[in-house]
Design a protein around this ligand. Structure first.
Ligand SMILES: [Zn+2]
Length: 210
């Protein structure tokens, strides 16, 4: 009798434990999955290398609403997308500054995603809390992007506009936020910036029609 009662107690305890704690564990892993695997259907190829959550480059703060996209250049001629991503990751150990970007586009047109679109990055000062950021590599001091970088930038920006219902006129330069000369070529060549915005708008329209 005592043995049976003992077994019954154990069964009840195990079932109770499962009922109490299993739902929480399931929810945690579900959330982690949602963060890593976003709905990127139709997006240009993305190399997802999310940063470790840390206060210097990925604070893990939820973005309430995405109102715009901010374009940047690395200001580091010849550096690769991978090197820039690794620099952001390294800030968790170096503690020298706070910086990051949702996306980095390399000179071959490769796109590395560093921060989930549902979280803020440290890229655009007062607009960190409501914009996505795209950092672009460039071969020289002029800040002009390679054709491959430019193509990926148009495609990614247009895709994000469609995905998050961002109007094309809410695609802005870092310069438009703070007056900083970033992205340099698009600040010094206003006509190239307008051309870029027109191309983005055209791809967005194509996406809607197609
Ligand atoms: Zn910038």
């Amino acid at each position: 009798m005592l043995i049976l009662a003992g077994i019954a107690i154990i069964v009840v305890a195990v079932a109770g434990y499962r009922l109490l704690f299993a739902p929480f564990r399931a929810k945690d892993s579900q959330e982690a999955m949602e963060t890593a695997e976003e709905d990127w259907e139709g997006a240009p190829p993305l190399d997802v290398q999310l940063l470790t959550v840390n206060e210097y480059s990925r604070p893990g703060i939820a973005m309430e609403k995405i109102n715009g996209i901010v374009i940047h250049y690395t200001a580091n001629p010849g550096s690769s997308a991978q090197a820039n991503r690794n620099y952001f990751e390294g800030l968790k150990d170096e503690h020298t500054t706070k910086a990051s970007s949702h996306f980095v586009i390399g000179m071959e047109g490769e796109i590395i995603q560093c921060i989930p679109s549902g979280e803020i990055a440290y890229a655009s000062n007062d607009r960190n809390n409501d914009t996505l950021s795209i950092e672009c590599c460039h071969p020289d001091e002029s800040g002009k992007f390679t054709d491959a970088t430019y193509r990926s930038l148009v495609d990614l920006t247009a895709w994000l506009c469609g995905r998050f219902e961002i109007p094309a006129d809410q695609v802005i330069r870092h310069y438009d936020v703070t007056g900083k000369v970033c992205p340099k070529y698009f600040v010094e060549h206003e006509e190239a910036w307008q051309q870029f915005k027109e191309e983005v708008a055209a791809v967005v329209r194509e996406g809607k029609e197609g």
